[in-house]
Structure formats: structure tokens, C-alpha cells
Ligand binder design. Structure first.
Ligand code: UTP
Length: 279
């Protein structure tokens, strides 16, 4: 059972400056909901109810978002606006939220290691909220729910992957693997942000992971890699030596909300396909 989900949210979000000068990128709204809330909803839909956040300086708004605002609730109680808080109130009522800090920004691997005390000795999910994912259709499993089902079958670490154009491999960790069945690979190699010539495939890792807890000991001894950061891909490659790291070509769609273009695309998608339909 995957019971916990970790959100590394310590990054500076420099691509969104000046918007992210005083506000975390994860709180930027996609239409009317902060980016991070979509990620939490996706994980809750996958049956996860314990959330851990690895934050940094200037990220308090995330903690406040997942807490009750008595003054605001009192203010709008009984008005037609009360229902606008229903989605976040539901999350607060049915889940727990814990926070720890990544004191120095030493990369995604280091951020995940910083969350060790929130996770303990359990397999867990990781969501990078700036990858906004939607499932393949109404009533069908979201991306994390698809991965949890696979975990229950294989009991291995799993990364979500998608095909990217050759000229974009330098933005991602890229895998090589043996095909196990349609859309599922056993990872044999992984390169962080390769040039198209050095990329082992066009299958790029996106921000959804299920990790077995031995990843923490591996991260402890993983030296800084590309860009001087402790890379989760380096630790996963080490873990893959036991033959138990899978890559899953998820069903659905992913928007790179860490970039302006992806963020605008996601906003248009949510407005047309989710917001308007809910009216
Ligand atoms: P990114 O590099 O995409 O996020 O990291 P960023 O640094 O916030 O964005 P830019 O490039 O400056 O615009 C991917 C994810 O990993 C987290 C980030 O918060 C983001 O969710 N991260 C990255 C950490 O929590 N700590 C780190 O040291 C690095």
C-alpha cells in the first residue's frame, strides 16, 4: 500500500519571476486553484491520505493553503461563496499535511532525502506539482492511481515517462529499458538532461514517482552529479542494478507548468475542460 506522498516544493521557480518573488510557484493558480492542490487531489484520488512537503524559505503560503482560515470562513459563511472552499476543505478534513525544510537547494535527490523523516520506512509517491497531469478521461484513473496499481503488482520503484521530441531531451532524465509489456519498461540506463546525441531514447521522466524506501540510503551516498546537484536519476540508476526500477508510459496528459508555455496551455485546458463544465 502506498500511504504517503512527498511534494518537493523548495525550488525558487525562477522562470516565473517576478511572479514568484514573494509567492511560491506552487501557489500560482491554474484558473481558480493553486497548482499544488491539483497534485494533492491526484494523489488523494490514488488512495493516499498522508502528505509531506519539503519546503524552503518563502513557502509559507503552501502551509497556509492546507490549513483552515477561520476568519475567511466566518466571513463567507452562509453566503453563495461558501462552496468555493469545498474542495480545499474536503482535502483538509480527510488528509494530513506535514512539512519539513530543505535548508540548502542541492537538487531534487537532496530534497527527497530531506523528506525522509516524514516518510519513514515505507514505499511512497513523489509528485512534482509543476508537472500538472490529467488522466485519460472521466471516470478513469489519474496518473498516480495508474502507478499505484502497478506498484501493487510489481513492488518496484516506478517512474512515469512520456515521449519527448529529440530537441527537448536536455530538459529531462531520459531512460533506456527493456520492454516488459505495452508501455512498461525495466530500466537499464538513465541519463540526466542529455543532448539529443547522448540520449538513450526519447522516453523522458516526468514528475511522478513511486519509490521504495531503500532509495534513502542510496541518496545518502549519491554524490552531486549534473549541475552540482544530487540527482534522483543517479540514485534510481543505482537502485535499478537490482532490476527493480520500472518506467511507465502513463495514460493521460501532462503539462509542464514549470514553464510559461506549459502553464498557459494548462490554464486553457482547465478553463475549457474542467472549469466551464463545472459551471
Ligand atoms: P525545477 O528545477 O523544475 O524547479 O525542479 P525550480 O528550481 O523551482 O524552477 P526554476 O527552474 O527555477 O524555474 C523540479 C522540482 O523539484 C523541486 C522544485 O521545487 C520543483 O518542484 N526542487 C528542486 C526542490 O524541492 N529542491 C531542489 O533543490 C531542487
Amino acid at each position: 500500500m502506498i500511504k504517503k506522498c512527498l511534494f518537493p516544493v523548495a525550488g525558487y521557480g525562477t522562470r516565473f519571476l517576478p511572479a514568484t518573488k514573494a509567492m511560491p510557484k506552487e501557489i500560482l493558480p491554474v484558473v481558480n486553484k493553486p497548482l499544488v492542490q491539483y497534485g494533492v487531489e491526484e494523489a488523494a484520488e490514488a488512495g493516499i491520505h498522508e502528505f509531506g512537503f519539503v519546503t524552503g524559505r518563502g513557502k509559507r503560503a503552501i502551509e497556509d493553503h492546507f490549513d483552515i482560515s477561520y476568519e475567511l470562513e466566518h466571513q463567507i459563511a452562509g453566503s453563495g461563496k461558501e462552496n468555493l472552499l469545498t474542495s480545499i476543505r474536503d482535502l483538509i478534513d480527510h488528509n494530513t499535511f506535514a512539512f519539513t525544510r530543505q535548508v540548502e537547494m542541492k537538487g531534487l535527490g537532496h530534497a527527497i532525502l530531506s523528506g525522509r523523516n516524514l516518510i519513514g520506512d515505507n514505499p511512497f509517491a513523489v509528485v512534482l506539482a509543476d508537472d500538472f497531469c490529467v488522466g485519460p478521461g472521466e471516470g478513469e484513473d489519474g496518473v498516480l492511481a495508474q502507478m499505484v496499481k502497478l506498484y501493487n503488482q510489481f513492488r518496484c520503484s516506478i517512474v512515469a515517462i512520456e515521449e519527448v521530441p529529440a530537441d527537448e531531451t536536455h530538459k529531462y532524465g531520459v531512460i533506456a529499458g527493456e520492454s516488459m509489456k505495452d508501455g512498461l519498461y525495466r530500466i537499464t540506463d538513465m541519463v540526466e538532461k542529455p543532448t539529443p546525441e547522448n540520449a538513450p531514447s526519447n522516453l523522458a521522466i516526468i514528475g511522478r514517482y513511486i519509490l521504495t524506501p531503500d532509495i534513502f540510503d542510496i541518496l545518502e551516498r549519491t554524490p552531486a552529479g549534473k549541475n552540482g546537484e544530487i540527482q534522483i536519476t543517479d540514485a534510481l540508476l543505482e537502485q535499478a542494478k537490482n532490476g527493480c526500477v520500472l518506467a511507465y508510459q502513463f495514460k493521460g496528459r501532462r503539462f509542464d507548468c514549470g514553464s510559461i508555455d506549459g502553464f498557459v496551455e494548462a490554464t486553457n485546458y482547465v478553463y475549457e475542460n474542467i472549469y466551464k463544465k463545472s459551471k
